[in-house]
Design a protein around this ligand. Structure first.
Ligand SMILES: Nc1nc2c(ncn2[C@@H]2O[C@H](COP(=O)(O)OP(=O)(O)OP(=O)(O)O)[C@@H](O)[C@H]2O)c(=O)[nH]1
Ligand SMILES: [Mg+2]
Length: 358
């Protein structure tokens, strides 16, 4: 699972990447011109409780992998542009970073920059890139020496997708039958990926809750079903480097209840159907991200292939019971310990001890 940060040059992708991954990569025009990858640890208050209870030697939060894909600039070669595009294509989900912050530059003052236009231009670019692919595929299939029945089904499906793109409808808004999904398997379209919008604002905009075209931007995202967070990437990065107490003061001052990282992580978790199960003990307390619906045996394989191979059963209780009752002994006394088999669908907040034999 890899989330790509995308957007216009200078929108703040590398700044956000640094915030998410705790990196110190240079930003601005002299910033990195290569794709960067890093991990964001997902904050989880449940882990804080588990830490206080088990006092483990080590704590490991769930992590989400991000990659920072530079925006294509005027002077970039075609090869570079298509390299970046292929990086966008290989991401599982996208966060579109939108520059709204005021840089104090003359262009901002003259009203030459317009975040709403950037937003719609960028969305159009994603659609155009997909149209380009579709047109080429249709042409190739139609010009094949012999058209098989399968191909003609495929052609009419691709034409339907093309038509929806021409009407500014992304591919993820098209209703597809299971058989059609199968036909498209392995072809990755940009407008098919889950996408989030990170509106990158500045301190004043955050404090006052206003910025140019805010209503239009939110309405546009809403109409496309795109989840939005408003974030002060630069300021939050500075806050991150402060002591905890000062951090809280600063966040209060900005009307921030939860860090941008926390909000973004939660949004991604929800939209990507991720849940966390926990393993606990004196050596380590750890959150494991898995897709909703995975079985106990699949979850075991996340930890080690031996656990999957020699899976016997999963001994477990739920975080909520532990949280209410205060310790493991009372959870057991109250009958909340369970043994589950390999096909048990793991739930968010399950605390699991896998029994295995190899
Ligand atoms: N004032 C202010 N400046 C910001 C903010 N976020 C980013 N910047 C500045 O905007 C400039 C561009 O930020 P980057 O993070 O490098 O932008 P980018 O999207 O990675 O740009 P490319 O890699 O060229 O596509 C840098 O000088 C940042 O310091 C913000 O929230 N407020
Ligand atoms: Mg950058």
């Amino acid at each position: 699972m890899q989330i790509g940060l995308v957007g216009m040059p200078g929108s703040g992708k590398t700044t956000l990447f640094n915030l998410l991954s705790g990196n110190y990569q240079p930003t601005g025009y002299s910033g990195s011109r290569e794709v960067l990858t890093g991990y964001a640890a997902v904050p989880d208050p449940r882990i804080d409780f588990l830490n206080a209870l088990y006092k483990p030697q080590k704590t490991t939060l769930a992590r989400i992998e991000f990659k920072d894909i530079p925006g294509v600039k005027m002077d970039d070669s075609k090869a570079r542009a298509s390299h970046f595009l292929s990086e966008v294509r290989s991401a599982d989900a996208l966060v579109q970073v939108l520059k709204v912050f005021n840089t104090g530059s003359s262009a901002d003052f003259a009203g030459e920059t317009d975040p709403y236009r950037d937003l719609t231009d960028f969305s159009a670019e994603l659609l155009l890139a997909d149209m380009d692919i579709l047109e080429k595929r249709i042409e190739r299939l139609e010009n094949a020496p012999k058209i098989k029945l399968d191909d003609s089904v495929q052609i009419s499906l691709l034409k339907r997708l093309l038509e929806s793109l021409e009407n500014e409808q992304p591919i993820n808004s098209v209703n597809l039958a299971e058989s059609e999904k199968k036909l498209l398997a392995g072809q990755s379209f940009l407008s098919e990926k889950p996408i989030f919008l990170a509106v990158n604002i500045d301190e004043d905009q955050m404090r006052n809750n206003v910025y140019p075209n805010r209503e239009k931007i939110l309405a546009y995202a809403n109409s496309k079903g795109i989840p939005v967070i408003e974030i002060c990437a630069q300021v939050e990065m500075e806050i991150n480097r402060l002591q905890t107490e000062e951090q809280l003061e600063f966040m209060e001052d900005l009307n921030l209840k939860e860090s941008g990282l926390g909000r973004l992580a939660r949004m991604a978790y929800e939209k990507l159907n991720l849940i966390s199960f926990f393993t606990v003990g004196e050596d380590e307390v750890r959150a494991w991200p898995v897709r909703k619906g995975v079985t106990a045996k699949q979850a075991a394989s996340k930890i080690h292939s031996d656990l999957e191979r020699g899976f016997i059963r999963a001994e477990m209780f739920h975080y909520d019971h532990l949280h209410i009752l205060g310790n493991q002994a009372r959870v057991r006394e109250n009958g909340h310990y369970r043994l589950e088999g390999k096909d048990y669908p793991v739930q968010d907040g399950d605390i699991i001890n896998f029994r295995f034999n190899v």
